[in-house]
Design a protein around this ligand. Structure first.
Ligand code: NAD
Ligand code: TYD
Length: 353
């Protein structure tokens, strides 16, 4: 089978390819990625010479380039990760989020329709989405596959819009699609603008740990390879036209996450945990900040027998160790663009709230 993966040089896509390319010599994996700031081609070093793997630099907002890549590689299956993925960036500059997440998804759906026509037997468009499309929960309750969409940020609105396109292409044109909506991921290869890698690296470098608002917002954390295994299970065994929620049963406040990371960094480096905890700094809140996300994952657990392998404790320790051991990767992604971003996002949040 020819599997076309979009956004495979980013955090989750690269973990997905590193897991599946060596395991499935019978499939040919093609990775199309625009290599934005969030990508690091070095993340793909372990598989770049594999005979069943190829890379092409393609921007999914360029419809002609997408069509050409489809004509060349003739995918039977598309696993669509490519996106602008960071909420804070979407607040400062929403336009690229609409272009990539909405228009890019549209281009891919049209390319599938163009290539497959009526001949959709054994074909699949798998859309990788987020639980943020459901909006914000209060202290109680969970997101179900049937929960109404209510996105708060330009990022989640653009992902919600892309989910709607995918369902519409299924209902209207009969395109075989599946959607997964997953909670917050963490693990190796994540760009250090997101909470967990940012806090690990700042704690290690004794820099301030910026916590938005009161730090009481709750996220449901899932180790990245558990997400990748879940996607692959849905790809192989899920029902066409269906949505599956994926989550970790690991609900934590941001303060709990940061405290746990300070202790782990101290343990792994022989440092002083109290000194790292003292680096916490409450800063101006994110506008439209969702209070709580929590996934009910019983559908994928019951129907497909998926459960996460990592606990919060095992996954966090692995993640901390990975960032401490991979300074070269970290320095590589901390280009001029990263420095500009840190200045743009944190520059005017000030000191204490
Ligand atoms: P990421 O930002 O780390 O990587 C995104 C990748 O997409 C990068 O390699 C980038 O170069 C590529 N890309 C961006 N714009 C592109 C374009 N126009 N054309 C081609 N490639 C482009 O993101 P991630 O965290 O790996 O997320 C992957 C997917 O999973 C996204 O669709 C995201 O919405 C979804 N998701 C992420 C999380 C999470 O916690 N990170 C949780 C649930 C769902
Ligand atoms: P993030 O990793 O950006 O993921 P998302 O917004 O998609 O959930 O943020 C996770 C949580 O951490 C979110 O509640 C915002 C908060 N946060 C901070 O408190 N400080 C930070 O510097 C960052 C990046 C996030």
């Amino acid at each position: 089978m020819n599997v076309l993966v979009t956004g495979g040089a980013g955090f989750i896509g690269a973990n997905f390819l590193r897991l599946l390319v060596p395991r499935h010599a019978e499939h040919r994996f093609v990775n199309i990625d625009a290599l934005t700031y969030a990508a690091n081609p070095k993340s793909l070093a372990p598989i770049e010479d594999a005979p069943n793997y190829a890379f092409e630099r393609v921007d999914i907002t360029d419809a002609d380039a997408v069509t050409a890549a489809f004509a060349k590689h003739e995918p039977d299956m598309v696993v669509h990760f490519a996106a602008e993925s960071h909420v804070d960036r979407s607040i400062l500059g929403p336009k690229q989020f609409l272009r990539t997440n909405f228009e890019g998804t549209f281009n891919l759906l049209e390319a599938c329709r163009g290539l497959w026509g009526e001949n959709t037997e054994g074909k699949l468009f798998h859309h990788v989405s987020t639980d943020e499309v459901y909006g914000s929960l209060g202290a109680e309750g969970f997101f179900y596959e049937t929960t109404a969409y209510d996105p708060s940020s330009p990022y989640s609105a653009s992902k919600a819009a892309s989910d709607h396109l995918v369902r519409a292409w299924h209902r209207t044109y009969g395109l075989p699609v599946k959607i997964t909506n997953c909670s917050n991921n963490y693990g190796p290869l994540q760009f250090p603008e997101k909470l967990i890698p940012l806090m690990i690296l700042n704690a290690h470098e004794k820099k301030p740990l910026p916590i938005y608002g009161e730090g009481l917002n709750v996220r449901d954390w899932l180790y990245v390879t558990d997400h990748c295994e879940a996607i692959w299970k849905v790809v192989l065994e899920g029902k066409v036209g269906e949505t599956y929620n994926i989550g970790g049963h690991n609900e934590k406040t941001n303060i709990e996450v940061v405290d746990a990371l300070c202790r782990l960094v101290a343990e792994e480096t022989g440092g002083d945990a109290e000194a790292l905890l003292a680096l916490k700094k409450f800063v101006k809140d994110r506008p439209g900040h969702d209070m709580r996300y929590a996934i009910d994952a019983s559908k994928i657990e019951k129907d497909l027998g998926w459960t996460p392998k990592e606990t919060f404790e095992t996954g966090m320790r692995k993640t901390v160790r990975w960032y401490l051991d991979n300074d070269g990767w970290v320095q590589d992604v901390r280009s001029g663009d990263y420095k500009k971003w840190i200045e743009a996002n944190y520059g005017d949040r000030g000191g204490e709230k």
